[in-house]
Each structure stands twice: as C-alpha cells, then as structure tokens.
Design a protein around this ligand. Structure first.
Ligand code: 3EB
Length: 358
C-alpha cells in the first residue's frame, strides 16, 4: 500500500481508462471549463487563471496498488453531509465546499455582535470533516487545501483570512492536534469568487509535523497577525512502507514571523526557496537520510500579480536549473504584502520500512 500522486492536464484525466479512474482518491485542479465531468471523483476545482504549466495543473492522488494485495486498496466513494470523499484501506481524500451565505442569513443579532459568516462556515466545515475522519478511523490529516474568495478583504473589523483562522483554530484545538505540535500541512489562498472550498488528505497512519528553523511556528505567531493563530505546520512527513511523502505547506517570504522584501517579488521568490530548502533539510534529518530533494518536487506557485510571472519563473529557473515541475496560478496570498507563495510535494524511497518516524 501507499500513496501515489500524479500531475497531468485535465483533458488527460478524462482520457484515462476506467481502471485508472477507479484508483483515484481525489483531484485538486485549476481553471477547468467542464468541472462537472468525473463527478464521481472528489475534485476541488478552482476557478482562477493558470499562468503556466497547464500540462501539470491537475494534482491527482491515487491509491497505490503496485506494492501489495489489491483488496485493501479497493477505492470506495461516499458522501456525508456535504463532504464528498473516497477512501482505500489506508487513506481518505475529501472535498467540501460551503457557501457563506448560508450563515449570513441565520443571524438576527445587531451587526457588531455577529460572528463573521466566513468564520462560521470554516468552523462548520472543519467540525464536519473531523467528525467524519474520527468516525471512520482516518483521523490523521496530512494536508489541507483551503481556498476562499476575497481573502484580504475585511468585514466585522477583521480581515477574512483572520476570520478563517479563528474558525479553523476553534476546531483544531479540540481535534487532538495538541497545542499545535502535530498540525497538518496546509495552504490558504484567495480567489476572485466562489465558496469556501476545502480539500483534505487523511489516513490511518500518523505523520510527523515538520517545522522550519528560519521561521517561528505559524501556530505561535504574535497577535498582530490576528486574534487566533494559523493552525498548520510547515510540512507533514508520512512514511509508509518504503515510501516517504513530504507535503510542504504554502511557503512564503517570511523569516521569524515577518514578511521580507515587501515589494520585491524576485527577492521574495529567493527567500521562499531558502525556506523550502530549510523545510526539506528538517525533513531529511527526521528521516535520517537525505532523500528529499527540491529538484524532485512538484511545485504549485501562487502569484498575486499576473505581471510577476516572468520574474518568479526566472528566479526558479536560475535556482533549480534543470527541469522544473511547476504550475503557476494567479491567487491572492494571505498577507497583503506577500506576492508569491510556493507549495511542494516530494516523494522518495527509503531503505528501511518504518511506518512511523519516531
Ligand atoms: C505563512 O507562512 C504564509 O493559513 O493555512 C502558508 C501556508 C500560509 C498555509 C494557512 C498560510 C497557511 O504564514 C501563509
């Protein structure tokens, strides 16, 4: 058993044989014209421009049947509440979209007492997700993908990203991710429109949360970034059989807790690469062998301003030299002064079979 990830263009997803589609746990993809296709597969479809790298714009998580008996990798589809999910004997991938309007209509209090609808939607979604995975026994979440409209706008005297953080932390504090020590990897991005859309990958085995020595834990950010801190770790390391997967969270030009190079997208890109390297070095030391390499990773590069594409791409090419597996997407980053954010996934083989890294 294991987990397999592939990056292909959306039209190629549709062209795959049924046997392949039956192994798909879920898809995270961007800018598709016909999102209703493949509707048996949990799929988060994000309506935002893909600036480059369309050929790998779909991230597909598959049940890996190559290593062992096929009975435990049999993929089952199901729904609960609004959560659409698929699972095999080890992993569960789910998607959930919630319209904030559902919450804005329920409130009768005066405006100043109202809980922001986005905060309520976030709390509701996270509660339902944790209830589901706890009930099914897939209670370790490795990765969350969070997308919401107008992330840097404010209402109720609070920026929407901070409203999201309040709702998320209310649930995460009670979910067994104790004091922020074993939080999942995550990203949180803003789109022009659309509901709060969340995808998650969870499983039976525990992952190890990885932090970045160049940055303080997001969970420990000072109050200037909002009343409740963001609940995520810099990466999650899952070691299963002879395979290790590193889910690197959205990574940006932050050192300590402060944004660096506020109006210089090229310098932000270079700082972000240093942060990615630092996270990878941490993961390699936990793994006790230097198997993760940035050059082997698949990158999702979120760019605030479309005009910055060339500057960001030039920095990545200069640093990574050879072939880069990257898709570039227009999205708003969760701090107004951040111009670029990069998330990455890397897999490697290990010499030893260890299901949980100590
Ligand atoms: C940061 O390091 C930049 O709120 O889930 C990166 C990854 C960021 C995930 C999240 C936020 C999140 O604080 C922003």
């Amino acid at each position: 058993m294991g987990i397999k990830v592939q990056y292909i263009a959306f039209p190629d997803v549709q062209r795959q044989a049924q046997a392949w589609q039956d192994q798909v746990l879920g898809i995270v993809c961007f800018n598709e014209s016909n999102p209703d296709d493949l509707n048996a597969i949990p799929k988060i479809h994000l309506n935002t421009p893909v600036l480059a790298g369309e050929n790998i714009a779909c991230e597909i998580w598959l049940s890996d049947i190559s290593s062992e008996n096929t009975s435990s990798s049999h993929v089952v589809s199901a729904n609960k509440g609004g959560i659409q999910y698929r699972l095999d004997g080890e992993l569960l991938f789910g998607v959930f979209s919630l319209d904030e309007l559902t919450f804005s209509q329920e409130q009768t209090q005066p405006t100043e007492n109202k809980i922001p609808p986005l905060q309520q939607a976030t709390e509701s979604a996270y509660r339902q997700i944790f209830a589901l995975i706890d009930e099914l026994g897939y209670s370790n979440v490795y990765r969350f993908w969070n997308y919401m409209a107008d992330i840097n706008d404010s209402s109720h005297d609070l920026e929407r990203y901070r409203q999201f953080n309040v709702g998320r932390k209310h649930v995460l504090m009670q979910s067994g991710c104790d004091a922020g020590s074993e939080l999942p990897a995550a990203c949180a991005l803003g789109l022009a429109k659309g509901p709060l859309s969340i995808a998650f990958l969870a499983g039976k085995k525990a992952a190890v949360a990885i932090e970045n020595p160049r940055q303080i834990k997001a969970y420990d950010y000072p109050e200037q970034y909002g009343p409740l801190t963001p609940s995520f770790s810099r990466a999650a390391l899952l070691h299963s059989g002879n395979q290790a997967t590193l889910f690197i969270s959205g990574t940006a030009s932050i050192v300590g807790h402060q944004t660096q190079h506020a109006s210089d997208v090229a310098a932000q890109t270079r700082e972000t690469l240093l942060n990615l390297e630092a996270v990878i070095a941490e993961a390699n030391s936990v793994l006790e062998q230097p198997r993760f390499n940035l050059c082997d990773s698949f990158l999702r590069v979120y760019i605030r301003h479309v005009v910055d594409l060339d500057a960001v791409r030039t920095e990545l090419q200069r640093y990574l030299k050879g072939e880069i597996n990257a898709v570039y997407i227009q999205a708003d980053i969760c701090r107004h002064d951040l111009l670029v954010e990069i998330e990455a996934t890397i897999q490697c083989q290990t010499d030893f079979d260890k299901t949980e890294v100590a």
